[in-house]
Design a binder for this molecule. Structure first.
Ligand SMILES: Cc1cc2nc3c(=O)[nH]c(=O)nc-3n(C[C@H](O)[C@H](O)[C@H](O)COP(=O)(O)OP(=O)(O)OC[C@H]3O[C@@H](n4cnc5c(N)ncnc54)[C@H](O)[C@@H]3O)c2cc1C
Length: 402
């Protein structure tokens, strides 16, 4: 009799963690990990690549370097669709791949909320390609000012003021003053505008802590527009509503970081979903499909305490990867699955390289340089969860001072 086959889709935090944990359990099964690239990227650091403060090589590593290839087969391919009733995955190059158990961990995509012009005239930050494209675009625009003397080359609009937007603003406000010297453009003509639909900024933090972060960015020259929903993006123009009136801000660099949704593959495979996310059962399986686990940003896990799903983060994705591996090992040995439990260790945002703000375990708040050290430790912990100690060393992650 052939061994059961476990197929894991996506080698982000959730999928890679599942593969690594499952291979440690020495299960009697063939494990195949599918990912569209042969590298893993730390999604939590994409803003650094997009701002040009770190190269892509700093936040990527080869998948086969961190998995046990004797126990996990890696397949570089793109998932088109899952045929959940016939237990097959359709892959772009390989064609059909049958499974006995499936782990879907295809992660996030940019959310446009149906706003016209977003796809055509703004730059999302959702993977290495888009982050590198945003960096190249920004550098081109800034460098062009010398020749064009067009102030729109020095105008940047960041759409949304959530976690990603704030971290991106932190990075560019660190880097642009340095570029002003090498590219020879006037800092006083640089205009950075951040536009947010919601009436409050950084609602995940206490008012005082959020204000600290916003003040840091304001001091670095960022103008915030709050309670001003974006209505349309046109070429070099963001149209937003303020006090019932449509207004425009113009820029040659428009960054789209208003939010994310789960992979489109989820909806296209006919799962019952909302914004690409499936509300999973207590053991992370999909209702009606006991052979499918859905984890990471394509899943929604109910937080019984708040009565709302947990926010999708790398932190929960890693824990889900561990839990899915544990439950797969149990199923493969005819044991009942266990319920997934999660306690957030807190939330910390970076505002450039040397400032951070956050709330850690027990509600303790950290800010400033200490916040940035805590943030770097968390990022390293996540990297260690999906990589190896060697990955940390290779990426030079022990420099907490610069
Ligand atoms: C700028 C930024 C900062 C963030 N900061 C934090 C933070 O500080 N802390 C935190 O906890 N979370 C943070 N997050 C959120 C966190 O990055 C995500 O919640 C996390 O990456 C989800 O992990 P995942 O494994 O589900 O998906 P992903 O990390 O998105 O991985 C999905 C994987 O699937 C692959 N894939 C996608 N589609 C296909 C396909 N069709 N075929 C084959 N392969 C495919 C992708 O290439 C990728 O390797 C941040 C996110 C961003 C964008």
């Amino acid at each position: 009799m052939s061994r059961p086959r476990v197929v894991i889709l996506g080698a982000g935090y959730a999928g890679l963690k599942t593969a690594k944990e499952l291979s440690k359990k020495n299960v009697d099964a063939d494990i195949i990990l599918v990912n569209k690239n042969d590298y893993h990227y730390e999604s939590t650091q994409l803003h650094e690549v997009a701002a040009g403060t770190e190269p892509a090589s700093k936040i990527t590593f080869n998948i086969v370097d961190v998995i046990d290839t004797k126990k996990v087969q890696f397949l570089k391919d793109t998932v088109i669709k899952v045929d959940k009733d016939n237990k097959k995955v359709l892959l772009e190059n390989t064609g059909e791949l049958a499974y006995d158990y499936l782990v879907m961990a295809l992660g996030f995509e940019s959310e446009t909320f149906g706003i016209p012009g977003v796809d055509d005239y703004s730059l999302p930050l959702v993977n290495i390609k888009t982050a590198e494209a945003a960096q190249a675009h920004l550098d081109r625009a800034l460098a062009n000012y010398q020749k064009s003397k067009d102030e729109l080359d020095l105008s940047i609009v960041v759409c949304g003021a959530g976690f990603t937007s704030i971290e991106y603003l932190g990075e560019i406000t660190n880097r642009i003053p340095k570029l002003a010297k090498t590219m020879n453009f006037p800092m006083d003509k640089v205009k950075i505008t951040c536009i947010e639909a919601m009436p409050t900024l950084l609602p995940m933090f206490s008012e005082k802590l959020g204000q600290f972060g916003i003040d840091v960015l304001k001091k670095r020259g960022v103008t915030f527009k709050v309670g001003t929903p974006i209505k349309e993006i046109k070429e070099h123009t963001v149209v937003y509503e303020e006090n019932g009136e449509l207004k425009e801000v113009h820029a040659h660099t428009i960054i789209w970081t208003t939010g994310v949704k789960g992979s489109h593959v989820v909806g296209e495979s006919g799962f019952s979903e909302r914004r690409g996310r499936v509300m999973v059962e207590k053991d992370l399986r999909v209702e009606g499909y006991p052979d499918i686990f859905m984890i990471g940003d394509v899943s929604a896990v109910m937080d019984e305490e708040s009565g709302r799903p947990f926010p999708t983060t790398a932190q929960i994705a890693i824990k889900q990867g561990e839990a899915a591996a544990n439950n797969l090992a149990r199923l493969l040995t005819n044991q009942p699955t266990e319920a997934f439990t999660f306690k957030s260790l807190g939330t910390v945002a970076s505002i450039g390289n040397n400032v951070g703000i956050g709330q850690i375990l027990g509600g303790k708040e950290v800010k400033g340089y200490m916040g940035s050290i805590v943030k770097k430790s968390i990022i390293n912990k996540s990297l260690l969860a999906v990589g190896t100690a060697g990955t940390l060393l290779k990426k030079g992650r022990f420099d907490y001072y610069h």
